[in-house]
Design a protein. Structure first.
Length: 473
């Protein structure tokens, strides 16, 4: 009897404890709903993931907010204090893939992330709609930009898809998006407006990225759907609303070259920036285009000239800070600054430094055997070497093939009978690092004292390079 009574008491106690836990959980949830905090948690079950990062949106880019290492169960949890309502992103890499979520004060979000997508276990109406839109656009997103595709199930779409398969999917998405927009009716008007804007921006980004991605077949301007010629898409950039998307700056930069994709060109290459700025209706966003141009410049003189010409568009505190950072980075590359004294192996494994070439104008070619545009310059470089034979100029080519391909580089030099001084810099570890070279081929000219004439000189296929050399002989 006593045993039965004891068992009954234990059961009553268990029920009381369970009730207390439920009440406590309900109380915490109720408190969370009334606070300025947000909570994101769940499992991040990607096979290669050891950590996960929460990014916030800053002026159209993703900026790391918090990161955490995953435990053995691949669980994660981010509590965001004093959260600002808007988009955030869960990802391992700020530039690849990721999941867009909506956080605002009181948000409680639980999710399961896998290699092929994500599911929501508990979510706000805003995040339910974002999940529906992400599922809808996933194939077009994967085909539009392989960098945004971290879903192995869709990898074949981004790797093998051509415009023959992409354009029908784009048309299908446009039709589905039109129907989906009608279902955006949460009590959060600010979110509703932003999601409608986001849909237009996402489609535009995928459409433009697709044309910019190397494929086995590319459409002619005449084969492009009417969507690409719809000027209404430029209205996305009439205000700075694009700043609210983590992909905003990427969309802006892509849109600025849309006319080239449509088969149009400025009359002169020097007019390219003016031409791009005419497409953007908002002056603040024009400032971002100018900053992007300055960041891609490789000479102090170019930065100085373009800042003087377009500085009126550099308006925001962030843009002004970026401009100063660009000046600080490039000041060591300006005309008259000491050139980097490289010291690399030649084809016979003997060291050659810039100082050892003092007394001659040095023309530097940074290239690799896998680089098609680099190899296209070789015949022009040979002609230039012949034209300058006997003068105080030395042509130095620095191969930047990876270490495993060093012998391939040597064989190419010998088979093609390349002249001048042939040096090897494994993967460009020295030369790329110092000059922050974003792409090759890159030509540079140094004077007889080893000072920079140009850290981004014209290519041999243009007459300007020979004219530059002759000024310093």
């Amino acid at each position: 009897m006593r045993n039965a009574s004891g068992f009954l008491n234990i059961q009553i106690m268990k029920k009381q404890i369970s009730l207390l836990l439920l009440l406590a959980a309900a109380s915490l949830h109720s408190i969370a709903q009334k606070t300025s905090h947000a909570l994101v948690q769940g499992n991040y079950n990607k096979r290669s993931a050891n950590n996960v990062v929460l990014y916030k949106v800053v002026a159209g880019t993703r900026q790391e907010f918090a990161s955490m290492k995953l435990n053995d169960k691949k669980e994660f949890a981010f509590q965001v204090p004093s959260v600002e309502a808007g988009y955030y992103y869960l990802a391992q890499d700020p530039n690849r893939g990721g999941i867009r979520i909506w956080l605002s004060p009181g948000t409680q979000l639980r999710m399961q992330v896998s290699d092929t997508g994500y599911t929501l276990q508990s979510a706000s109406p805003e995040n339910n709609l974002l999940h529906q839109w992400e599922t809808m656009r996933m194939p077009v997103r994967a085909m539009g930009n392989s960098l945004s595709n971290d879903n192995p199930r869709l990898r074949s779409l981004s790797d093998t898809g051509t415009y023959h398969s992409f354009f029908p999917k784009l048309h299908e998405l446009l039709a589905n998006a039109a129907s989906f927009r009608k279902r955006i009716n949460t009590s959060n008007k600010a979110f509703n407006d932003l999601l409608r804007f986001t849909i237009d921006a996402d489609v535009q980004q995928s459409a433009l990225h697709f044309l910019l991605t190397p494929k086995s077949a590319h459409p002619t301007p005449e084969e492009l759907p009417a969507y690409y010629r719809d000027d209404a898409r430029g209205k996305l950039l009439a205000t700075t609303a694009i700043y609210r998307l983590g992909e905003g700056q990427s969309i802006l930069q892509d849109y600025s070259i849309l006319p080239i994709l449509l088969g149009k060109k400025p009359e002169e290459k020097a007019d390219m920036l003016d031409w791009s700025l005419q497409l953007i209706p908002n002056d603040t966003l024009r400032g971002d285009i100018v900053i992007g141009n300055l960041q891609r410049a490789n000479s102090f003189e170019t930065v100085l000239d373009n800042t003087e010409k377009y500085g009126r568009y550099i308006l925001t505190p962030e843009q002004k800070l970026q401009k100063e950072a660009i000046f600080d980075k490039l000041v060591k590359y300006q005309k008259g600054a000491p050139a980097y004294n490289f010291n690399l192996d030649d084809i016979n494994d003997k060291k050659v430094s810039l100082k050892s070439l003092a007394g001659k104008v040095v023309v530097l070619d940074v290239w690799a055997t896998w680089c098609g545009p680099c190899k296209a310059e070789i015949p022009h470089l040979k002609k230039l070497e012949a034209a300058m034979h006997g003068k105080d100029v030395v042509f130095v080519s620095i191969g930047t093939d990876k270490p495993a391909d060093k012998e391939k580089w040597k064989k190419f030099v010998q088979d093609e009978q390349l002249g001048g001084v042939q040096l090897y810099d494994p993967s460009g570890a020295a030369i790329h690092s110092y000059y922050k070279i974003p792409g090759i081929p890159r030509f540079m000219v140094f004077d007889k004292a080893g000072k920079i004439v140009s850290a981004d000189a014209p290519r041999p296929s243009t007459p300007e390079l020979q004219k530059m050399i002759e000024q310093y002989l």
